[in-house]
Design a binder for this molecule. Structure first.
Ligand SMILES: [Zn+2]
Length: 349
């Protein structure tokens, strides 16, 4: 099937750009394709103040250079007991801080400063609801007694649902939704939306585990069952405005992916758009691709879609696509989605 579509330049509502040599190596992949990018704050130490967010934003723009005039990093700050509410309000009013990101302590990369229970931050969240500052949530229980594959559902039931009841005006995004429970949660709560990654749309736990554990598919929350994948695919391909693209692109050097303990994270900024387009094309729902990639998230966060456009054409690509990138420090990062990308070309108009 050959086809060509044009979409407003998409936004990535969840991305990890890291810092230093890794930032320099990866930022272009995001900046060349996306307009807005919601930047995750889990550096070490975390981005926890307006000043740190502003400095990080400038490092990102410097690394991106001026070849992508539409690209704009939108900064988030890290939710912890150290977060200063006055600083947050000032940063938000100044247009520097766009949202607060909550991590359960220990759930994923650089999350040690996160919270033990989201309900401990009710006071902050009430302020955020008043100030119309969105809360972005890594929704995953860290209780070791709960099965890894059940942790999103447990967190939603035990922590996020009570929070949404207690602070109903708070705007919440369930980030990188990975289960049917996550889909249902976004559908059931009026002020809640869900970001969705290319890899949770394209892969299931069998891909991760068989014939052997694949560290390149290891991320948090874990890629879940085929039934969960199908629930997510059918939600996003319905065009429902509560679902939008947040790639969760998260580069790790191969030395840390294939080491003693695989780091959680998948780098999909290079080919993630092709992976998502392929899903929509296969489901015969390509007409909703622009809602998911370019419109729903913008509307949720109060922006118009981009005036600029990208063209995606499904056709066999004859050039050999790269499977890794290298940083100036000599680290390599594996690029997710090369198979799908071999069927698509993406170009600015
Ligand atoms: Zn993430």
């Amino acid at each position: 099937m050959d086809l060509t579509i044009r979409i407003p330049r998409p936004d990535d509502w969840h991305v990890h750009l890291r810092d230093g040599a890794m930032l320099e190596a990866v930022v272009g992949y995001t900046a060349r394709r996306f307009r807005y990018a919601m930047i995750m704050p889990n550096l070490n130490p975390p981005i926890a103040t307006t000043e740190l967010a502003d400095q990080y934003r400038q490092r990102i723009l410097r690394a991106a250079g001026n070849q992508s005039p539409e690209f704009q990093p939108l900064m988030t700050v890290y939710c912890s007991t150290n977060l200063d509410q006055d600083d947050l309000i000032r940063g938000h009013e100044a247009g520097i801080v766009k949202a607060v990101k909550y991590y359960p302590a220990g759930a994923t990369t650089n999350s040690d400063h996160g919270g033990d229970n989201i309900l401990n931050f009710i006071d902050l969240f009430e302020t955020m609801a008043d100030q119309k500052i969105p809360l972005l949530v890594h929704a995953e229980s860290t209780n070791p007694e709960i099965d890894l594959f059940d942790r999103e559902a447990a967190f939603l039931e035990q922590e996020l649902h009570p929070l949404c009841e207690q602070v109903p005006n708070l705007q919440v995004t369930v980030e990188h939704v990975s289960t049917s429970a996550g889909v249902d949660f976004a559908l059931a709560h009026q002020r809640v939306a869900a970001s969705v990654t290319p890899h949770h749309l394209a892969k299931n736990s069998s891909d991760l585990m068989a014939p052997e554990f694949d560290p390149d598919l290891f991320c948090k929350p874990i890629i879940n069952s085929e039934a969960d994948r199908q629930a997510i695919v059918s939600a996003v391909t319905s065009g429902n405005p509560s679902f939008f693209l947040g790639t969760d692109s998260a580069p790790h050097p191969t030395s840390e992916k294939y080491g003693e303990e695989a780091k959680a994270g998948i780098f999909n900024a290079a080919y993630g758009l092709e992976v998502v387009a392929e899903i929509f094309a296969k489901e015969n729902k390509i007409k909703y691709f622009s809602s998911f990639a370019s419109k729903n998230g913008a509307a949720f966060y109060g922006y118009e879609p981009s005036q600029d456009e990208l063209q995606l054409t499904r056709e066999q690509v004859d050039v050999e696509l790269a499977s890794t990138l290298s940083t100036r420090d000599g680290d390599k990062v594996v690029l997710f989605g090369r198979d799908e990308a071999s069927h698509w070309t993406v170009s600015p108009i």
